[in-house]
Design a protein around this ligand. Sequence first.
Ligand code: 5GP
Length: 201
Amino acid sequence: MEQGLLVVVSGPAGSGKGTVLKELKDSGDFVFSVSATTRAPRPGELDGVNYHFISHEEFEQRIVLGDMLEYTQYCGNYYGTPKKEAEEVLASGKNLLLEIEVEGAASIKAIYPEAVLVMLLPPTYAEQEERLRGRGTETEEKILARLEQAKAEVQRIAEYDYVVYNHSGRSHDAALDLMAIVRAEKCSVTRKSDILEKFFS
Ligand code: 5GP
């Protein structure tokens, strides 16, 4: 059976990852992991679809039980990847996509060195700032906090395998880049231990 690929995508605030990843979701080529979080649902978000929304106590209980493949605290809330679901998808040979921040990405790479880590970025910091301000939904304090967080995340780019730029109005190109990365990785000789065996069978 062909081995599924474990793809981790991190996108600092303002990277526009929602639009890009929606396209990948619609392609049907990936199973998206549904994370658990203690943050409150935003309007339109559904439990079990966008996240598993759970209480602080339940999250900490699940950490103790070893139920989280990785987890982190981000802006005052817990976020984590449920272990059982992720392991089941990988065992089935399907491609698994985790949309998580840099701490989690580093944890995943330590557990699964074969995971492919991709950072999605706006072309420049100036553009990132403009996009965040453009939403006009947040206070100046919140915008500055998110920009600082994003700056720190981008500085860890060396821990990633690929960078994909999401230029304004060209999210389709960013989605194509991501799909191209996956296709290329699937052809990687180092991922296939049975080439000769199969060829000469
Ligand atoms: P948001 O609250 O905007 O949905 O997510 C905040 C941040 O948490 C984003 O960078 C998102 O990628 C990250 N995140 C979501 N789920 C997980 C998870 O399971 N683990 C980790 N480490 N980060 C996550």
